[in-house]
Design a protein around this ligand. Structure first.
Ligand SMILES: [Zn+2]
Length: 252
């Protein structure tokens, strides 16, 4: 059977002499693995069209659960990402994240759109990689159904008061904000300033087009880092291979 779908290459690996396996995050079929015949040879075949971060219109044949690549019409290659070590590292982390949260047969087209917008943001010169990473993580978890409660305390319902700065905490275990009085119930509360709280609300509700069009202070970045460091492993408990390198980069 012939299938055609838009898809992003999220993983690639060589098999044998010249063939290559690729993992695609497709618009219609969720995550699939496909064999790309003769893709290893750079002079012919699918060498460039099956690289990591290639987004295209893929034509495949399927037999049982096996897909075989027939042709690709390139839509976007994200060249700039390949030319910058930091951009490459963060983009690789996002591909690993996507690999863990997608599954065969489950179409997640909003998540695919988010991933493409994020790769575009990473491609820009002077991109703020640390901010992009946290925005991506938080927005992606929201799309995956882990939308945190950010407008009142999860436990007692106490509403947000702008003047009560730093009296709110973010807890992955609670599923959102907890007030000072309820914090004791949870072990993982991260203290939030009102600016960070507002930033979180913005990240989860703004249109995709506006998602990367804002600046944040160093303080907000630190709090977003703390939120991400609790929130991501709570829901995506996987051994991220790409994170060690990013952590070393961030210390430079
Ligand atoms: Zn409370």
């Amino acid at each position: 059977m012939m299938v055609r779908t838009k898809a992003l290459v999220i993983k690639e690996y060589i098999v044998g002499e010249s063939d290559k396996y690729i993992t695609l995050f497709t618009k219609d079929l969720g995550r699939i693995q496909a064999i790309a015949p003769k893709a290893k040879k750079s002079d012919k075949g699918f060498a460039s069209a099956t690289q990591l971060f290639v987004y295209g219109d893929f034509m495949l044949t399927s037999y049982k659960d096996t897909y075989r690549l027939v042709s690709v019409d390139l839509i976007e290659m994200f060249h700039n990402i390949r030319n910058d070590l930091s951009a490459l590292s963060y983009a690789s982390y996002m591909m690993e994240f996507i690999y863990y949260v997608t599954e065969p047969g489950l179409s997640q087209s909003e998540l695919l759109k988010l991933t493409l917008v994020t790769l575009q943001a990473l491609s820009k010169s002077e991109a703020d990689y640390k901010r992009i990473r946290r925005v991506f993580e938080i927005r992606a978890l929201g799309l995956l159904g882990f939308m945190p409660q950010l407008f009142a305390c999860v436990d007692c319902g106490l509403a947000i008061d702008e003047k009560a700065e730093a009296h709110y905490y973010f807890s992955a275990e609670a599923g959102g904000l907890v007030c000072k009085g309820c914090k004791g119930t949870y072990e993982d509360g991260v203290s939030l300033s009102y600016s960070t709280l507002y930033t979180l609300q913005y990240i989860l509700t703004v249109s995709l087009k506006q998602l990367y069009h804002f600046q944040i202070s160093e303080e907000v970045q630190k709090e977003l880092d703390a939120v991400g460091n609790h929130y991501v492993p709570y829901y995506v408990d996987k051994p991220f291979k790409t994170l060690d390198f990013i952590e070393r980069l961030e210390k430079l």
